[in-house]
Design a protein around this ligand. Structure first.
Ligand SMILES: Nc1ncnc2c1ncn2[C@@H]1O[C@H](COP(=O)(O)OP(=O)(O)OP(=O)(O)O)[C@@H](O)[C@H]1O
Length: 309
């Protein structure tokens, strides 16, 4: 099956010469949730804006549902829902009218049953007659999602959906995103919260300085990073890793006062019990042990730093 979003060598050079996208290529499969991670200024919003026709790319091409985003803009755009980063809603308008109006903007006829379904899905039905200004920040974000969904898009872009919202609401939003995916919508979200990507994405793309550094299945990435380090503090420092421990992936640290043991959390058994027995057999005594997990956050930071080097 062809990907629903295909991006090939997409470039955006702003007036003044700044290259915000330097040939981005990416394929997004129907029904997946892709998280686009990147530091401030990486090009996330520019990429989304180009795909949604808000900004015109200066090179490369992209298609949504097979429609070119420039030559066949209307057809491509009709398949897309966009939830922008900033809440821009008419404060005195009623929730339901705001959503109806958005549908009208896409030239779609009235469909009250659909609007009711969307408002119910987003737990906004009870608030349908409330004015926007009476809503909490989290509800306003839900209204933005309702607006983005009301013309029945197949692809939904969420630009920082949970920026500045509290933990509880963030979890609610994740639930909403999962439900949308279950209803068949493909979702691309940008986020600064690595745990958000960890919680809901199927695949993770990392972008920095206008270039995609990595696109990988989340589970593979986490497995790849699922390494832990056990630090063993020795009572008496050693000059080298004792020969009897050569079979273990050990590293000398703290000038011989500690040993670092790297192991895979996803593997069968960690080997720690055997290692501790081997240490005792070598006559080494321990003053302390600690473990440290490498996280998605660390991989992300190191990728971004490598890119900057
Ligand atoms: N209209 C513009 N004219 C010139 N430069 C721009 C314009 N819009 C964005 N840029 C620059 O392009 C780069 C990418 O910006 P973009 O908004 O895509 O980043 P982002 O990854 O979404 O960042 P953030 O996480 O801060 O939202 C930034 O350096 C930004 O200053």
């Amino acid at each position: 099956m062809a990907p629903i979003v295909e991006v090939e060598g997409l470039q955006k050079t702003y007036k003044g010469g700044f290259e915000a996208l330097k040939g981005v290529s990416l394929s997004i499969e129907e029904g997946e949730i892709l998280a686009l991670l990147g530091p401030n200024g990486a090009g996330k919003t520019t990429l989304i804006s180009a795909l949604c026709g808000i900004t015109t790319p200066t090179g490369g091409a992209a298609r949504v549902g097979g429609h070119d985003i420039v030559d066949d803009f209307r057809a491509a755009r009709s398949l897309i829902g966009l939830v922008p980063q900033e809440v821009a809603l008419e404060p005195f308008e009623k929730v339901i009218n705001t959503v109806r109006f958005s549908r009208g903007l896409f030239g779609k006829g009235r469909d009250e049953a659909l609007i009711e379904k969307i408002l119910r899905q987003l737990s906004l039905w009870d608030k349908r007659n409330a004015r926007i200004r009476e809503l909490s920040g989290g509800m306003k974000r839900r209204v933005l999602i309702a607006k983005a969904l009301c013309h029945e898009p197949q692809v939904l872009f969420l630009d920082e959906p949970t920026a500045g919202v509290d933990v509880e609401l963030r979890r609610d939003m994740w639930q909403v995103v999962e439900e949308l995916r279950e209803s068949g919508v493909t979702i691309i979200l940008t986020t600064h919260y690595i745990e958000e990507a960890e919680a809901i994405a199927d695949r993770i793309a990392v972008i920095n300085h206008g270039e995609i550094l990595l696109v990988e299945e989340k589970d593979t990435l986490i497995r790849r990073m699922g390494r832990k380090t056990l630090r063993i503090d020795l009572t008496t420092p050693v000059a080298a890793v004792p020969k009897g421990l050569a079979g273990y992936d050990l590293e000398l640290a703290e000038e011989g006062a500690a040993l670092l043991y790297h192991y895979d959390t996803q593997g069968e058994g960690t080997g720690i019990t055997r290692l501790l027995q081997a240490l005792a057999a070598e006559g080494l005594s321990l003053s302390d042990i600690h473990t440290r997990q490498s996280s998605l956050e660390e991989i992300f930071v190191s990728l971004v730093q490598e890119g900057a080097a």
